[in-house]
Design a protein around this ligand. Sequence first.
Ligand code: AMP
Ligand code: ZN
Length: 144
Amino acid sequence: MDCIFCSIAAGRVPAEIVYSGNRVLAFLDVNPIHPGHVLIIPKRHSRDLTELPEEVLGELMLATQTVAAGLVHSLDLQGFNLFSNNGAIAGQSVFHFHLHVTPRYPQDNIRFVHGTKEYGPGEMAAVGERIRQAIRDNVSSKEQ
Ligand code: AMP
Ligand code: ZN
């Protein structure tokens, strides 16, 4: 499989690496929203969050916290965004799971532009129940 982030993790493609752990790697995005925009990836290929093996999750979040703190201190940030695009519909362009950490600055005009909707009568409870049911099914299928 031809995956650019697998190639970076294997050292076949150069990247500006800022953190490397057992199962996780962090490097600078080549087309940053701001300089210092970091991508954090599992070294082993997973397409998106739903496919990530459980054993990677802890290290991934710890590394994300470590990297974010490094950004805050080195770039003297007042804040940052943490996000991940999962699926083409959500804007994912590299199909190897990654978290973005992007510095934020006053008046940098970066916005997640969207309207908000309202739930109809009973709709919020129905949607909540659908999601709870799916989570219960998923948890019990893993326990079997
Ligand atoms: P996404 O659109 O969420 O899938 O983000 C993919 C990100 O990967 C984009 O912000 C790209 O700029 C970045 N990217 C793609 N190829 C490379 C590369 N070789 N090194 C560093 N970042 C990359
Ligand atoms: Zn990959």
